[in-house]
Design a protein around this ligand. Structure first.
Ligand code: PGA
Length: 262
């Protein structure tokens, strides 16, 4: 089944306001021609999104408004607006025109101590707000070396997607991000990534059904660069990329988006 490709820039905790504006303006110039609609279906074959730090969302939204590029948050809180000092709600993200929210990134899980239970609550809040969740899973190097890769990922899926219903599941985007490949310059080989992506799809098929499994976009993340993007995204079950470092330069992000359409 042919799925659209999705390339998402995770800007992480980077850039000041001027830098965020400059990057978004450059994306607005470079990307739209690569995101043209497929003549047969009228649907974009390649989609692209930028996820800046919360404080830059307004700036980025201004620059990307009216372009086919969408934007999103890197995190969110599961409660509705109220007394939650320091947190950001789904309605705030929605108000700024966000389409996506990244959930359960390994930096949140491992550095900030976010649990599967929290990811699960956030997922429900994101879906209730009509936003699209990008739920990240992935193993550490130690877990991979011990042969626990799938066990770890399965447990993250079971916890994070615990109450995701069949009706909600079509909104889901998954991202496989091996922790050892993030920011290290050491990407998973296309074969290593494809193996996990195929297992993720099998899990979706057994949990839901084959039709659903065939339609969910599964992104790969971890040192995706212009020179490895094409081969990674050519794999049968890799439907795009979640890009950290290489999303901070318009040229390299544009080259990855181009690779998604190649
Ligand atoms: P990286 O980050 O591309 O810099 O490895 C990916 C991510 O953490 O989403």
């Amino acid at each position: 089944m042919a799925r659209n490709k999705l390339v998402v820039g995770n800007w992480k905790m980077n850039l000041n306001q001027a830098g965020a504006r400059e990057l978004a303006v450059a994306l607005a110039q470079k990307l739209p021609s690569m995101l043209s609609a497929d003549a047969a279906t009228g649907k974009a074959r390649v989609q692209a999104a930028a996820c800046p730090a919360f404080v830059h969302l307004t700036t980025v939204a201004e620059a990307l408004k009216g372009t086919p590029i969408t934007w999103g948050g890197q995190n969110v809180y599961h409660q509705a607006d109220g007394a939650f000092t320091g947190e950001i709600s789904t309605s705030m993200l929605k108000d700024l025109g966000c389409r996506f929210v990244i959930l359960g990134h390994s930096e949140r899980r491992l550095v900030l101590g976010e649990s599967d239970g929290e990811v699960c609550r956030k997922l429900q809040a994101v879906l209730a707000a009509g936003l699209a969740p990008i739920v990240c899973v992935g193993e550490t190097l130690e877990q991979r070396e011990k042969g626990e890769t799938w066990q770890v990922i399965q447990s993250q899926l079971e916890g994070s997607l615990a109450n995701l219903t069949l009706v909600q599941a079509p909104q889901l985007v998954l991202a496989y991000e091996p922790v050892w490949a993030i920011g290290t310059g050491k990407n998973a080989t296309p074969a290593q990534a494809q193996e996990v992506h195929a297992d993720l799809r099998k899990w979706l098929a057994s949990r839901y059904n084959q039709g659903l499994a065939d339609s969910v976009q599964i992104l790969y993340g971890g040192s995706v660069k212009p020179d490895n993007a094409r081969e990674l995204m050519a794999q049968a079950d890799i439907d795009g990329a979640l890009v950290g470092g290489a999303s901070l330069k318009a040229e390299s992000f544009a080259a990855i988006v181009a690779a998604a359409g190649a």
